[in-house]
Design a binder for this molecule. Structure first.
Ligand SMILES: Nc1ncnc2c1ncn2[C@@H]1O[C@H](COP(=O)(O)OP(=O)(O)OP(=O)(O)O)[C@@H](O)[C@H]1O
Ligand SMILES: [Mg+2]
Length: 261
């Protein structure tokens, strides 16, 4: 096992009734790298994300997190909030902000879920609770600043542009201090300028915050420019993995995409 492995997927399958959405999926996500997850519509990409983040329980197989020295391996827990506490955060293909709450409230809620504050200490206003609250607020504003959204902090999330809402979703995931950030089609619905900004922000994130990213995207130019490694699914099977150059030339990948077109 490569000591740079952060997460490993072993022999993972997911069955929905008679539909085999994922079949014996096996790959590793390397630390501090961007892994792309691509494939035609219905290939099983979001299902795999759901299995990695505790939203679905795979019918078979395991997902494990690895220590930085590559030695200790722990299976991911089965509840999504416990997976989040281990440092795996995600965004959703369909934006899932609380649209009737302000942007800053959306970011604070994410941290409350992840930190598991003791309700009693909050009730008596203990110093540690107050410190955590201040820290949560500072962290939320720092990420809003990163995404150039500070002036929108007190606006209702639903009033922001689509591109801005996607940024708030990523900021919300980052507030939980993940080691692995899973993005499900973050550029969907964005214009070319917004997609370019998104690419620059993700690259800045990796450089400045040592994040590992798993990225689902249909925008091939974004995928090819940003990914170190790409995993390709088709009809629930992993049909190829490799560098962007290898994937571009892979006959099985070309056939899968031409077939879907
Ligand atoms: N909860 C579910 N119950 C039943 N079938 C499901 C469920 N979730 C996904 N599927 C099915 O599993 C298959 C894979 O779906 P999935 O959403 O993972 O594809 P995808 O690769 O993310 O596609 P897209 O690019 O369109 O987002 C599809 O046939 C889908 O209908
Ligand atoms: Mg999907």
């Amino acid at each position: 096992m490569n000591t740079n492995t952060l997460l490993s997927v072993h022999n993972l399958s997911m069955q929905f009734g008679g539909l085999q959405a994922l079949k014996n999926i096996q790959f590793n996500i390397l630390r501090d790298k961007v892994t792309g997850l691509i494939g035609p519509n219905g290939a099983g990409k979001t299902t795999l994300f759901n299995c990695l983040t505790g939203f679905y329980h795979p019918t078979q197989g395991t997902v494990s997190l690895h220590d930085p020295n590559g030695q200790a391996v722990r299976p991911l827990p089965k509840k999504s909030h416990r997976v989040a506490r281990l440092g795996v955060a995600r965004t959703f293909q369909n934006i899932r902000l609380f649209k009737e709450m302000t942007v800053i409230e959306n970011l604070l809620i994410a941290q409350h879920r992840a930190v598991n504050n003791n309700l009693f200490s909050g009730f008596i206003g203990s110093l540690s609770f107050v410190k955590k609250e201040i820290h949560a607020l500072e962290s939320a504003y720092a990420w809003l600043d990163f995404f150039n959204l500070t002036t929108q902090a007190n606006q209702l999330a639903g009033t922001l542009s689509y591109g801005q809402q996607r940024h708030v979703e990523i900021a919300r995931a980052l507030c939980t201090k993940p080691q692995l950030l899973c993005l499900d089609e973050p550029a969907a619905g964005m214009n070319p300028q917004e997609t370019l900004e998104l690419r620059q922000l993700i690259q800045q994130l990796i450089k400045e915050h040592h994040l590992t990213v798993l990225l689902i995207e249909h925008d091939m130019s974004l995928i090819m420019k940003i990914c170190d490694h790409i995993v390709v699914l088709d009809h629930g099977h992993l049909i190829a993995e490799g560098t962007p150059t290898q994937i571009k030339q892979n006959p099985a990948v070309i056939a899968a995409y031409l077939g879907s077109a």
